[in-house]
Design a protein around this ligand. Sequence first.
Ligand code: G3P
Length: 493
Amino acid sequence: MPKEYFVSLHDHKSPPTYRFFNGEKWAESLTGKTIDVISPLDNHILGKIQLVSHSEIDQAIERAHQAQLLWRDIPMIKRAQILHLASDWIRHHEHYLTTILIKEIGKTLAEAKDEILRSADMVDYFANEGLHIKGEELSGEAFPGYDQTKMAIIERVSLGVILAIAPFNYPVNLSVSKIAPALIMGNSVVFKPPTQGAISSLHLTEIFRLAGVPDGVIVTVTGGGSDIGDYLCTHSGIDMVTFTGSSQVGKSIAEKIGMIPILFECGGNNPAIVLPDADMHSTAVEIVKGAFSYSGQRCTAIKYVLGLSPTIDKLLPIVVKKTKELIKMGDPRSEGYNLGPVISNAAAEEIEKRILMAKAAGAKIVYGGEQKERYIEPTILEGVKPSMEILRIETFGPVVSFIKVKSIDEAVKIINGSNYGLQASVFTSDEGAGIKLAQQIDVGTVQINSKPQRGPDHFPFLGIKGSGIGVQGIHYTLEAMTRFKPIVLNKPQ
Ligand code: G3P
């Protein structure tokens, strides 16, 4: 049924070829080239997406620019109403979107449904909070040497055209987290979805349009990152880039982009330190969930666990037991499975290669370790060294490594020596000790007695070092998508 709303998105062949939204209409690219969207569940082609040309990008960005000049003048309350309508549409189509997401990126039903509903909540929250983002007023007299003749009215204004680049692991949610704040603050959006995740993203684009976002205020261009990524990022019509993806790609974009604002969420490679007084059972459950949910393909996944030797000796068997109990690997369309495939054969082969390299270099596979096509068993390694590739670079798969340290200082040194800095967890029954330790750890956020995670979505979410630039989280993202515009009144003396 919901399909009738989305008929313009694709042709009626099997598999369908999807169009891109050029700011005016759903269109086929003049390149005549398409890219296959392959399901990680069974490797079949779900659809094809357009590989757009540079001149089509130029036209789309120009439309976004023209449309933004009108959009920014539409009262914010009206823009908020449109966003609330979009969130209603997302909720209304929850089942349909969930089904696409499961096939397109291999999430379980629970994970996919959660992504869709969380996205609807997020759009509402952005729309409400946007109404409370305001500028300020300053008087010159507060600074020595100035009298009462100057007063600044400091407005917060939109930035212009924002390029939003979303990753495959949350193609709806991490798109909404960029598109909704950009729109409410009066910007227009050039949206570049991930190839796997593009079908859900194209539906999301249509939902925003159906809710009333005017033509050109959102344009959605598809193509591989290597085909159109650099062209988009370095385009003179782009006023800000917001990106979620790997640290390697983030760094390469940042180097090329020039003097425009950026908001980047990149790789995590998150550690957990377990202190001797931690409750080993609840800690083990958090580690299992943190390491293996969505097959470890979350930038907030736990990738390694540090502890003193007696702590790891106690904890590791419990983590293995809980993994056996809680994690069932299989096709997420069938009931009872909660660990699906990783996104592609190439990704699975890379993860398996790193596991085998770690083993060859002296690490022990305590549990799992086997790969069959895109399925990687939940894998627990011991005796891993931070210099091994499995840990040195974020491994986007269901693998967690245990490291014994001689002191907690050594654990902190290992974390602070990493190129990543998204989140870390500390497990302890002494909250005071947890806070003290958290203060020494150089990452964006430290979680005490929980796995790393982005939500609740109004908390600040940020990475340091290779893990990101800028702060996300409802209020913070809204501010990041505006700039100050002081207007100074000079009163005659
Ligand atoms: O990998 C993207 C990151 O934002 C994860 O979010 O909600 O799974 O912690 P979450």
